[in-house]
Design a protein around this ligand. Structure first.
Ligand code: EPS
Length: 398
């Protein structure tokens, strides 16, 4: 069994849609649970006016009955409230060539605009940017919320916090608060260092005044994983590759690090690898009776979860819609021009953390379903419990 998902919808079209396949029957779900994740994604100092318009909520379209999944594909719809203002521009039944009120012919450097119009043979970059828009990530977060709900049943918790923004680095506490999101969500930038947060807000205000945008990095942490999710045996079953793939698919994400990440390349092996201890001392691997002195590996060895917390960092470039636009070429005239500038965010790094959590949840739920299978939640639970009991028995007998 695998967790599969797809999304559809344009930023200013009628709605976004997410379809999720692979969930077992009998998983308790509520729209309120999914909506709470959608609300987290809409937060963040530095967002544009669009977030005042939207109030993202899901409507179940299939796969759920009386508060439980049926084992069939789950379909969710998120209405775009802004659709009311864009009906003439985005009308699916409109006449081609008419209603060019919001035509985009001056592609933004860094966006999908230019290559998109060439590849898809369009004369209006709106045909590209409406789908390339990070609005699509609302549907991903809805799909990820169902993965998170499944993982919760097995004691897995996922959180994130912003570790840098606009070049300002945060110094989070050495021991992260638990649950991480209870603390991170209290900060308008999802930062655990109030001093750095003030500096970041200053940078955002400066960037906004200058018509510029800012990127940054987030750290995602997943706790409570059984060891052995993913596999070393084949490239496409390695959990680190699967995480990197989904995280890199988030719009504007340019880098992913696991554990020490690039820093591991600069250290000798003795300062990288995590010594194995016979007794639990830190508590993270108590399920199997071994422990680690450190967790530089970020909870993954050989493409498999070790049972230590999974630690992933994700880097986002600045948003490519600049209010002080960069140079481009007008596709209509072929002449030099200033790039299209329209309402956008100065930064969406805090939201990216919530999206990254959703992507991590999906990879982990997929790996759980792959290893343990089961058509019902009860069957999945029996399989997980049997595996954990066997690991414990093996250690006890050693
Ligand atoms: C986006 C531009 C802005 C953002 C949008 C992503 O939207 P608009 O063009 O309507 O002002 O608000 O993000 C969302 C709508 C969202 O839900 O995150 C873009 O060009 O990528």
């Amino acid at each position: 069994m695998h967790f599969r998902f797809t999304t559809a919808g344009e930023s200013h079209g009628p709605a976004l849609v997410a379809i999720v396949e692979g969930l077992p029957a009998g998983l308790p779900v509520t729209a309120a649970f999914v909506d709470a994740q959608l609300a987290r994604r809409m937060q963040g100092y530095g967002r544009g006016a669009r977030m005042q318009i939207e109030q993202d909520r899901i409507e179940w379209m299939g796969g759920v009955r009386s508060g439980e999944t049926l084992g069939s594909p789950v379909a969710m719809r998120i209405a775009n409230r802004d659709w009311a203002n864009w009906k003439d521009v985005m009308d699916p039944e409109g006449t081609p060539g008419e209603h060019r009120r919001r035509q985009v012919t001056r592609p933004r450097p860094g966006h999908a605009d230019l290559v998109g119009v060439l590849k898809y043979d369009r004369d209006d970059a709106r045909d590209i940017l409406e789908r390339a828009s990070a609005r699509e990530t609302a549907a991903r977060v809805a799909a990820g919320a169902l993965a998170r709900r499944l993982l919760e049943e097995f004691g897995v918790g996922i959180g994130s916090h912003v570790v840098s923004l606009g070049g300002v680095r945060a110094e989070p506490p050495a021991a992260l608060p638990s649950p991480l999101n209870d603390a991170a969500d209290r900060s308008p930038l999802r930062v655990l260092d109030p001093h750095a947060e003030r500096a970041m807000r200053g940078r955002i205000d400066e960037a906004k005044a200058a018509g510029d945008t800012l990127g940054g990095e987030v750290e995602v942490v997943a706790e409570g994983l059984v060891p052995g999710l993913g596999s070393h045996v084949s490239w496409d079953r390695k959990l680190d590759g699967r995480l990197a793939s989904l995280l890199m698919s988030i719009p504007a994400v340019k880098g992913v690090e696991i554990g020490l990440g690039f820093e591991a390349a600069r250290r000798p092996g003795s300062a990288v690898h995590d010594p194995i201890l016979p007794e639990p001392v830190r508590g993270a691997s108590v399920r199997i009776g071994y422990d680690r002195l450190t967790n530089h590996a970020g909870g993954l060895e050989g493409g498999m979860s070790t049972g230590e917390p999974l630690v992933v960092r994700v880097a986002m470039k600045p948003i490519s819609t600049l209010m002080t636009p960069l140079a481009t070429v007008d596709l209509g005239t072929g002449q030099a021009a200033a790039a299209q500038s329209e309402r956008s965010d100065v930064t969406a790094v805090p939201a990216m953390g919530v999206i990254a959590e959703a992507m991590v949840a999906i990879v982990l739920a997929d790996a759980m379903l792959e290893k343990f299978g089961g058509d019902s939640l009860g069957e999945l639970r029996r399989n997980v419990e049997g595996y954990v009991a066997a690991l414990r028995a093996r250690r006890a007998g050693a």
